[in-house]
Structure formats: C-alpha cells, structure tokens
Design a protein around this ligand. Structure first.
Ligand SMILES: Cc1cc2nc3c(=O)[nH]c(=O)nc-3n(C[C@H](O)[C@H](O)[C@H](O)COP(=O)(O)OP(=O)(O)OC[C@H]3O[C@@H](n4cnc5c(N)ncnc54)[C@H](O)[C@@H]3O)c2cc1C
Length: 309
C-alpha cells in the first residue's frame, strides 16, 4: 500500500473534481486527487466559457481549469496527474489502484465525467480531429465558408448545427430516422435557419477524403440501402455521450448507459462512495452544475465521515 488511509480520494479533475477538492481541503480533510488522463477535464478542449458566473467577459476553458486547480491546491488539495485503473469498494477502507499501487480512503468522490460517442464509420479514425469533430464549440471556426454536416437528432445536434451557421456556408443535419429527440423549439430553430438543411433517413456509411482532408461522406438510406454521396470538409458527430465508469467494474449502481445513480443525496449505492458531475448527469452537463454537485459531494462526504466517528 502506498501510504496511510486518507479521508477522501477524488477521482477526476474537471469542475466537479476541483470543487470537491476545494471544499474538502477547506474542511481540513487533506484530500488526494487522481486527475486522470485529461487533467482539467472537458473544458481543456474549449476556448471560451461565457456562462460560468464570475467572468463578465468570459474565460478560456484551460485558464479557468488552471485557476480551479490553483485555488484548491492553495488549501491543500494533493493532485497526482495519474489514472485510476481499478477500485475495490467491497470493504472499508475503500481501495483504488493507480499504476499498480494501492491507495486507501474512508470516502471516495467519483468525478470522471462522460466522453463523446463516435460513429465508427469507415475512414473515421484517420479524420478524427482533422475534418471530423465532436465539438462545434472547439472546431467550428476552422470551417469558415465551408460546407459541414452534423450527425444526430437530439438537442445537441440542433445546437451544434445552429452554432455552426456562424462560420459554415451550409450545414446539413443527417439523421437516421424521421423522428427527432430534439425539443420542438430547438428543432424548429434549426429547421427555419436558411443555412441549415435537415436530411432524415440518412446514415453515414463511410467518409471520403483526399490529401487535404475530409471531402465528404457516403450516406445510406436505412429503409432500402440506397446510397448517395455528400460533399463536406467538416463533420460534427452529435449522437451522445458515454459516462466514464468502466474502471469501476460495476461496483457502484449505474443506469443502463453507465451513468452512476445517487442513492441518498450524492452518495452512490456504496456507503462512503460519492459521485458528482457529468458522470451522473444525463440532463444538464454544464461546468456550473458539475461544480455545484462537486460541492454537494464534498459536503456529503464530510458529514458522512463525521457520522462514522
Ligand atoms: C468542447 C466543450 C465545450 C464546453 N463548453 C462549455 C461551456 O462553455 N460552459 C459549460 O458550462 N460547459 C461546457 N462544456 C461542458 C463541461 O465541460 C462539462 O459539463 C464539465 O466539464 C463536466 O465536468 P466534470 O467535472 O463532471 O467532468 P470532466 O470535465 O469531463 O472531467 C472528467 C475528469 O475525469 C478524469 N478521469 C477520467 N477517467 C479517469 C480515471 N480512470 N482516473 C482518474 N481520472 C479520470 C479526466 O482526466 C477528467 O479530469 C463543454 C464541453 C466540451 C466538450
């Protein structure tokens, strides 16, 4: 074992993790954080955050996350930029393994977020991060006056498409059905936009490219297998997110998609194990809601620890 039993181990370093770290450090719990493969979390991928209170002129995502880390470290949060590989919550203290080393804690706060789902169509891997993206906010500006497509039928797809009209000359929404999960207002806003065309009953079969990058996609009609080619130099996949819970190996209860379920306040199905942020959130997925839940989890952990003594 690496060291003595900690009060709190926090897994993940997005807004939820750093806020949990700040609160538990200020409560003198001497928390230990494993920041994971993406130190700072999803906001490291974005340039401007304009909806986090306290920044009247907006703030760069990475800048905000560096500030969150500094603020929590000032009160004693210990951060290791390493991944948790597995956990054992079957007995107390709870155990987590990092690079083969075992760490123990009375309580654990899980803040490992959720990642975007890709299509996995032929030719996708080579164009990831070049012509094909999962984030219009990050990459939209690279496609000024170009034709792009958005894949998906939910609110995210409508939002991404509408956002992309700021840059692109044309945005085509591709959806495999004619029923859209998007809310009526979001769908209608996209449908009414002169730069947006909505194409139902189409799915991406494969991507086409040349030495300069993405050139288009081969679309298939799922009803009859009919194919057609569409030209585009950018594509945005907006078909959902997957919570990062695989390393927990089913030791806390989740819903069918793997999102962690809260049993009492922010406590999971395991006593002393809490969860906060996008890893439990199927609805809001915002920095401020993740941070708010990180605060709740730290307070819940602190009170739970107090009750144990
Ligand atoms: C491009 C983009 C732009 C966005 N813009 C905005 C915006 O303007 N405003 C807004 O409010 N929201 C925005 N969001 C959403 C916001 O980023 C998320 O809601 C928020 O980051 C969720 O915070 P979180 O702490 O739950 O998880 P995340 O930020 O996803 O952090 C998850 C953390 O878990 C860690 N981790 C994963 N697995 C392990 C492991 N095995 N061991 C240890 N650590 C692990 C990762 O390293 C990461 O640090 C944006 C998202 C994206 C992708």
């Amino acid at each position: 074992m690496a060291e003595g039993v900690r009060n709190v181990i926090i897994i993940g370093s997005g807004p939820a993790g750093y806020t949990a770290g700040l609160y538990s450090a200020r409560a003198l719990l001497e928390p230990l954080m494993f920041a994971g493969y993406m130190s700072g979390g999803q906001l490291m991928l974005t340039s401007d955050v304009e909806n986090f209170p306290g920044y009247p002129t907006g703030v760069g995502g990475p800048e905000m996350m560096v500030q969150m880390r500094e603020q929590a470290e000032r009160f004693g949060l210990e951060v290791h930029d390493k991944n948790v590989e597995r956990v054992d919550f079957s007995s107390r203290p709870h155990k987590v393994w990092v690079e083969g080393e075992e760490f123990q804690a009375d309580s654990v706060i899980i803040c490992t977020g959720a990642e975007a789902i890709w299509l996995g169509a032929e030719g996708e891997e080579a164009q990831k991060g070049r012509g094909i993206s999962t984030c219009a906010t990050c990459d939209g500006a690279f496609f000024r006056d170009e034709e792009v497509i958005v894949v998906g039928g939910g609110d995210s797809a409508m939002e991404e498409a509408t956002f992309l009209t700021r840059f692109a000359s044309k945005v085509t929404i591709i959806h495999r059905r004619d029923v859209f999960r998007a809310s009526k207002v979001m769908y209608e806003r996209a449908e009414a936009h002169p730069k947006i065309e909505i194409r139902p009953f189409r799915q991406v079969k494969s991507w086409t490219s040349d030495e300069n990058g993405l050139t288009g996609a081969i679309l298939e009609d799922p009803r009859d297998g009919g194919k057609e080619e569409i030209s585009c130099t950018g594509a945005f996949i907006a078909i959902g997110h997957k919570p990062i819970t695989q390393y927990l190996e089913g030791q806390v209860e989740t819903d069918d998609e793997g999102y962690i379920l809260h049993k009492a306040d922010t406590m999971t199905s395991v006593e002393g194990v809490f969860a906060a942020g996008d890893v439990v959130d199927t609805r809001y997925r915002q920095a401020i809601t993740a941070a708010g839940m990180g605060c709740q989890a730290a307070i819940d952990a602190e009170r739970w620890l107090e009750d144990q003594h």
